[in-house]
Write a protein that binds this ligand. Sequence first.
Ligand code: NAD
Length: 394
Amino acid sequence: MIEGSKTDAMTRKLRMGMVGGGPGAFIGEVHRKAARLDGQVEIVGGAFDIDPVKSHEMGKMLNLDPARVHDNYEKMIEAELKLPKDERIDFVSVTTPNNWHFPIAKAFLEAGFNVICEKPMTMNVEEALALQKVVKSSGKVFALLHNYTGYPMVKHARWMVKQGLLGKVQKIVVEYPQDWLLKRIELEGQMQASWRTDPKQAGAGGCLGDIGTHAENLAHYITGLYIDELCADLTSFVEGRVLDDDVNVLLRYENGAKGVLHSSQISTGQENNLNIRVWGTEGAIQWFQENPNYLYFYRQGEPVQILRRGNDYLCDAAKRHTRIPPGHPEAFLEAFANVYQNAVATMRARLLGKKATELELDFPNVDDGVVGMQFIETVVASSRSDAKWEKFHK
Ligand code: NAD
């Protein structure tokens, strides 16, 4: 346990370090904003960039004590361990490209720090299982940034399924189309595209690992169902690209439900159109990430119900994860902050020697990360096999 008095642990901000998120990076800045939204966290240090000069540049931009800004994550761990226990970071956020998640998360856990990590969790299943072991043996908190689970209306959708309001789930259609990789912008030095299209940095999945795993995780989070079998077709439409930029998967779930998962980065006109439809024997729901304050509920033969964020009729989890009255939109940053809110509350509970509540434990964890990596590997294997294809009967 990180030391300090209990009164202190009750009132102070938790100290956050970051690896990744240097100048010009995308998601690191989102983490920094989301982490601080509820006033429970302060950023005290980091190793922000693969380039040490840029790491220190970022430290200056964030007005951090230069002594807490490091050339790389190894030096950061070394320096943190030299500090008195009540000055050290409580947790680190890992916001680097995928190939760094495993070594960095493992090293911080083994040094006794809690970890908040970006997805996909690792480069392959082997690393994911190894990380799962480290998390369990360390006893530390590990949160995985499947941020779409943080939306209040997604939490309400999950509650509706659990309450049986949909009856038995029979069909799930989940989609995540984007268009930003329609051209080969990785050759023009576009920072986010260059590593995402390189298997050495992204892993076995391109679009699959980047956003297909969000779709897989969202369907699981809402329905609680696990995939039993799948049949997949991956394509790299853009000439010369090694990893997939388009994903189509048929799913069979353990309870007999069927699913269709589609994600794409070459779908012109689509920005971040993550959406999900779940059909049960008694009702159905539909949610769109680009209009996230609304959840549609259908019962056969009845008018559609549009459930809206911020209202008293929603479940406790939806109400807990909302900050402003209905009609004022909340979205991406707030949902991101909700994952932080629960992971941080769980860390604080541990500092106080208390058990975290069920609501506090509602964040994606290392087990979700293992399933995500298994999903990537199974989809890639299925796509390479011709076992399920039938030539069209002419
Ligand atoms: P990015 O290219 O914009 O930024 C990556 C940053 O990491 C850069 O500053 C780079 O210098 C730094 N970096 C690389 N290796 C490092 C190392 N060894 N030590 C320290 N810093 C290092 O990438 P991004 O778009 O921000 O994506 C980063 C991660 O976040 C990826 O794993 C991605 O899949 C994930 N991501 C998640 C979401 C989400 O919605 N949850 C959205 C975007 C990205």
